[in-house]
Design a protein around this ligand. Structure first.
Ligand code: TMP
Length: 230
């Protein structure tokens, strides 16, 4: 257990990833409530977005009426929003010792523009590194759903954006890409079966979050007192 003279706890950077309709927003809101209850005041954000510039780029990328573009142009637009996101939102929050939880980060580009879109892995990784200055997450959780009918049912309920409107084949590649990604970055990426019920998925994610936080020196054995010693 830490005492008041211990140095402050470090920032922790966590991302949730997964195909459209995999339940990321629901889970982020549940996990951030648990962190709030533990007194940890997480910063919850998303990509593309998080900054006024990023939100404008988001509209350009996702608005169904937005002009068509090449996959490479799209890659650079995500990267432009990300450069802003990392320098204005993520790095300052981590420097203050906050827990940052983002819905999507570099791995979305790896999967959507790289694996499914056809931009080479080496180009994607170089562009991501330039945009982020090499900032990696401490933990990335992929919400994996193998049954495409579940996703299709969920997406049928909403108006599809520019990316969601792409072919079933593209989205199949996205799901496959996330599994390939998990094998490429095993030191930080964990796949969770998002086909389970929402509370079961939440418990699995929470276990991983507690695990990374304890590695960083946080004590969540009593959730109410996690940051007591700061
Ligand atoms: P969402 O916030 O509703 O998930 O929408 C974001 C969309 O943008 C989603 O379809 C995934 C896509 N995306 C990419 O294609 N590449 C990226 O780098 C990111 C961050 C998102």
């Amino acid at each position: 257990m830490r005492t008041a003279v211990d140095k402050p706890l470090p920032g922790v950077f966590i991302s949730l990833e997964g195909c459209d309709g995999s339940g990321k927003s629901t889970q982020i809101s549940r996990i951030s409530s648990r962190l709030d209850s533990a007194g940890l005041n997480p910063l919850v954000t998303r990509e593309p977005g998080g900054t006024p510039f990023g939100e404008r780029v988001r509209q350009l990328l996702l608005d169904p009426g937005s002009p068509d573009r090449s996959i490479l142009s799209e890659t650079f637009l995500y990267a432009a929003a990300r450069a802003e996101f990392v320098s204005k939102i993520v790095r300052p929050a981590l420097a203050q010792g906050r827990i940052v939880i983002t819905e999507r980060y570099v791995d979305s580009t790896w999967v959507y523009q790289g694996y499914a879109g056809g931009v080479s892995v080496s180009n994607i990784e170089s562009i991501n590194t330039i945009a982020t200055g090499g900032l990696e997450t401490d933990l990335t959780i992929i919400l994996d759903i193998s049954d495409s009918t579940v996703i299709n049912e969920r997406l049928a309920l909403k108006q599809k954006d520019k990316i969601e409107s792409r072919s079933g084949k593209y989205h199949q590649k996205v799901r496959e890409g996330y599994r390939v990604l998990a094998k490429r970055f095993p030191h930080r990426v964990i796949c969770i079966d998002a086909g389970l019920d929402v509370s079961a998925v939440e418990s699995l994610i929470w276990k991983e979050v507690v695990n990374i936080l304890s590695k960083k020196g946080y004590d969540l054995t009593n959730e109410k007192h996690g940051r007591e010693s700061l």
